[in-house]
Ligand binder design. Structure first.
Ligand code: ATP
Ligand code: MG
Length: 418
């Protein structure tokens, strides 16, 4: 005998049998089939229940599994915990497609439905897998402040807030803090929100998104960081493939197995490829959205679904990336997944003098970064890392069209509630 709980997502009568579909934390519903003649008392309880009711039941797996939609139980007891006070504003059964706008508004309620439930269980699985991989490879989880005095990239993209008598910002990245921690930890990671104040209007940007942020000390070259990034992604995808089969099936997603190494493409090579495809690209700027997508198509033809673009020009990067001797290119990389950037990272500048110079060259004031710069005075080893967008990764893994589908509560240009 087991006791299971959930919400009625569908109620149907077939002749003298009443069928309740109940969804809890499981992905596929529990199917309760009650016969008017045999289960008289339970039948009458169930008959009065509306879709949306919260209940627990006691029962056993039915010997005969007739339902294709879920797992059938023979029920011996039903306890009703809560009834809806009015009809639900959305169709929970998933029979009627819901507009994205409504889905975003009612995610917390729609997650009773197997499809939405599957999505967020996989999201939890992605985070679980990331933690597992990083923990198993010697990374220590840290938490750094989200209220900060200075940003990693400077002012315009930060949300301002009043911090007592001073001005502060919401952190757009743990970049500076995780680097500082490489003065006492060999390897760290943080699963963290990123707050970005740009007035985005795209299908791939949120104003509050989540990142898996990694920093690794004692590296010999950028290659050490690229290996961590690719192994992490492969581990996550494998973990989801193996442990979320039912959820992938519900979502109709066939997640292919990935293998390493991912293709490494120099930024200059990417520029050449794009120009030969007739796309206008600058040699000194970051790749545009159009260029990223086109490159994704070209790479997909060669079966490179995930690939690194390495060696971005200094003119396009943050001050903290290590520059090559030529001063023009850096050890910054992007990791793209079928035409979408899912991570950025690189080898950092760990030499104090060079770092101060880099801050000045980017037109920033080293005095504002004193707290950060101090960490570079006492033996900070060569290091590198990356920030990987959780929603972007999920979007690509599950073929979602809009990044808003990958997060429970959306923060974008127009949404501050729920
Ligand atoms: P983009 O150029 O695509 O706007 P970015 O280069 O500004 O992104 P990074 O600062 O490199 O972003 O952040 C690291 C990763 O975090 C990105 O590769 C992306 O996966 C994710 N990310 C950053 N900003 C956002 C955002 N506004 N919404 C969703 N994900 C984001
Ligand atoms: Mg980036």
């Amino acid at each position: 005998m087991t006791r299971l709980c959930g919400w009625v997502i569908r109620k149907a009568r077939v002749g003298r049998v009443l069928i309740l579909e109940v969804c809890g934390n499981n992905t596929k519903p529990y199917v309760l089939a009650l016969r008017e003649d045999r289960d008289r008392d339970l039948f009458h309880i169930a008959e009065r229940l509306d879709v949306g009711s919260a209940l627990c039941f006691e029962g056993d797996l039915a010997p005969l599994q007739r339902s294709k939609r879920g797992v059938e139980y023979s029920v011996s007891k039903i306890e009703v915990y809560a009834k809806p006070i009015e009809p639900l504003p959305v169709d929970i059964s998933g029979k009627v497609p819901t507009l994205l706008d409504t889905r975003i508004k009612y995610r917390w309620l729609l997650a009773r439905n197997p499809v939405e439930k599957a999505l967020f269980k996989i999201r939890a699985g992605v985070l679980k897998a990331a933690r597992k991989y990083l923990e198993d490879n010697g990374f220590i989880e840290v938490n750094t402040p989200k209220i900060v005095a200075a940003g990693a990239e400077g002012g315009a993209t930060l949300f301002k807030l009043q911090y007592f008598e001073r001005e502060a910002y919401l952190s757009q990245s743990p970049q500076l803090y995780k680097q500082m921690l490489i003065s006492s930890f060999e390897r760290v990671y943080e699963i963290t929100p990123y707050f970005r104040a740009e007035k985005f209007n795209t299908t791939r940007h949120l104003n509050e998104s989540w990142g898996i942020d990694v920093e690794q000390g004692f590296i010999n070259s950028l290659e050490d960081v690229l290996e961590t990034a690719e192994k992490l992604v492969v581990y996550i995808v494998d973990y989801v493939r193996l442990n979320y089969k039912e959820e992938l099936e519900v979502l109709g997603v066939d997640l292919p197995k990935l293998s390493t190494p991912f293709k490494r493409l120099k930024f200059t090579e990417a520029v050449e490829i794009l120009r030969s495809e007739g796309v206008e690209v600058s040699e000194t700027e970051d790749l545009s959205d159009v260029a990223e997508r086109k490159l994704g198509e070209v790479m997909a033809e060669k079966k490179h679904y995930l690939y690194f673009i390495t060696g971005f020009p200094w003119s396009s990067t943050g001050f903290y990336y290590m520059r090559e001797e030529d001063g023009v290119y850096t050890r910054k990389f992007d990791l793209d997944y079928m035409g979408l950037e899912i991570a950025s990272g690189g080898q950092r500048e760990h030499r104090y003098e060079k770092l101060v110079e880099a801050i000045r060259e980017k037109g920033l004031n080293p005095e504002n970064f004193e707290f950060y710069l101090e960490a570079f005075k006492y033996g900070l080893p060569p290091h590198g890392g990356f920030g990987m967008g959780v929603e972007r990764l999920i979007m690509k893994m599950l073929n979602l069209e809009n990044i808003r589908e990958a997060i429970l509560f959306v923060r974008d240009r127009t949404r501050l509630i729920p």
